[in-house]
Design a protein around this ligand. Structure first.
Ligand SMILES: [Zn+2]
Length: 312
């Protein structure tokens, strides 16, 4: 049974607007991050936050659950409608966070609250709770999406016009679009899906039965497929990136946790990842290279098939 899986992804994304959140005047500019290249020199380039990637992993799960493929998987009221109120509940027709719910009940009710975690901030005024916050740590972890080093990433501004029949209300606005080759890493702590840590040591620390756990793990793995296609950020209504996956390296374990892989941002990430992982860790690779120590797959789906088979 699968216990832990890591992803290292290198993908080309042309003309995207995935993290358009820095605003100056009527210019909505793409987010720029500073980083060091392999020579230790400071550089700047467009980047997409890990929070954004995590959000789009959730959106992938939500679509797979709400739209039928995994319709038996539970979602709370907030996660079902795309509101980030975790754990969500409906009271008198109003959606809100459920501050009194136990961790076991929260994760029983919802695959996303379970795998992505949540924070219930309790103000001191909350009767009897003493202001202690309740939180569940995420089982899914994401890096920022960063440019692959030594390859130029460009961004360009384009002037759009909000079209209107009345010329006076036409409103030109500038937006930036970026193109480049990007990398991200992610880890999914499969073994802790459905697990309530404070119940460890008891007869059964899992709040979710075995079949439901497996379905949740599968939907969390399947959601990465959408991310590989470029569903990882803003402006998808009018700027779906021209995505082109280049390399994918997956490590998994059936015995325990794994370290994070070395980022495909760096040129020698495959050999370094292989050297970092514990001995006999299965490494699945899709891409043009023929690296040593990894199992090469012909199509990306072969990687997903192997992972899903290990869930059982
Ligand atoms: Zn939820």
């Amino acid at each position: 049974m699968l216990k832990f899986v890591t992803f290292a992804v290198k993908t080309q994304l042309n003309v995207h607007d995935l993290n358009n959140e820095a605003v100056a005047g009527n210019v909505t500019d793409i987010r720029i991050m500073e980083f060091l290249n392999e020579n230790g020199e400071r550089q700047e380039a467009p980047a997409v936050s890990g929070r954004m990637l995590k959000h789009w992993h959730y959106e992938g799960m939500r679509h797979l659950i709400v739209n039928g493929t995994y319709s038996s998987v539970q979602l709370c009221a907030g996660c079902k409608v795309g509101e980030p109120i975790r754990p969500g509940t409906i009271n008198n027709g109003n959606l809100s966070q459920d501050p009194g719910i136990s961790e076991a009940d929260a994760i029983k009710n919802c695959a996303v609250c379970d795998s992505h975690g949540y924070l219930i901030a309790k103000p001191e005024a909350t009767a009897g709770e003493g202001g202690v916050s309740a939180r569940r740590t995420s089982r899914a972890m994401f890096s920022w999406l960063m440019p692959v080093l030594e390859i130029d990433t460009t961004s360009k501004q384009v002037i759009h016009n909000r079209v209107s029949l009345d010329p006076k209300t036409m409103m030109p606005f500038n937006k930036s679009y970026a193109s480049g080759i990007y990398a991200f890493v992610s880890a999914l702590d499969v073994d802790r899906v459905g697990l309530v840590e404070i119940n460890l040591g008891g007869t059964n620390p899992f709040a979710v039965n075995d079949n439901d756990r497996k379905a949740r793990i599968k939907v969390a793995i399947e959601a990465y497929r959408f991310m590989l296609s470029g569903q990882i950020g803003a402006s998808l209504s009018h700027a779906v990136p021209h995505g082109n996956p280049i390399e994918i390296l997956v490590a998994y374990s059936e015995t325990g946790p794994l370290p994070f892989p070395v980022s495909p941002m760096y040129s020698d990430y495959i050999s370094k990842t292989a050297g970092l992982m514990p001995q006999n860790t299965p490494l699945l690779y899709w891409g043009d290279a023929t690296p040593a120590g990894v199992t090469k797959k012909n199509v990306i789906d072969d990687i997903f098939k192997e992972l899903l088979n290990k869930v059982g």
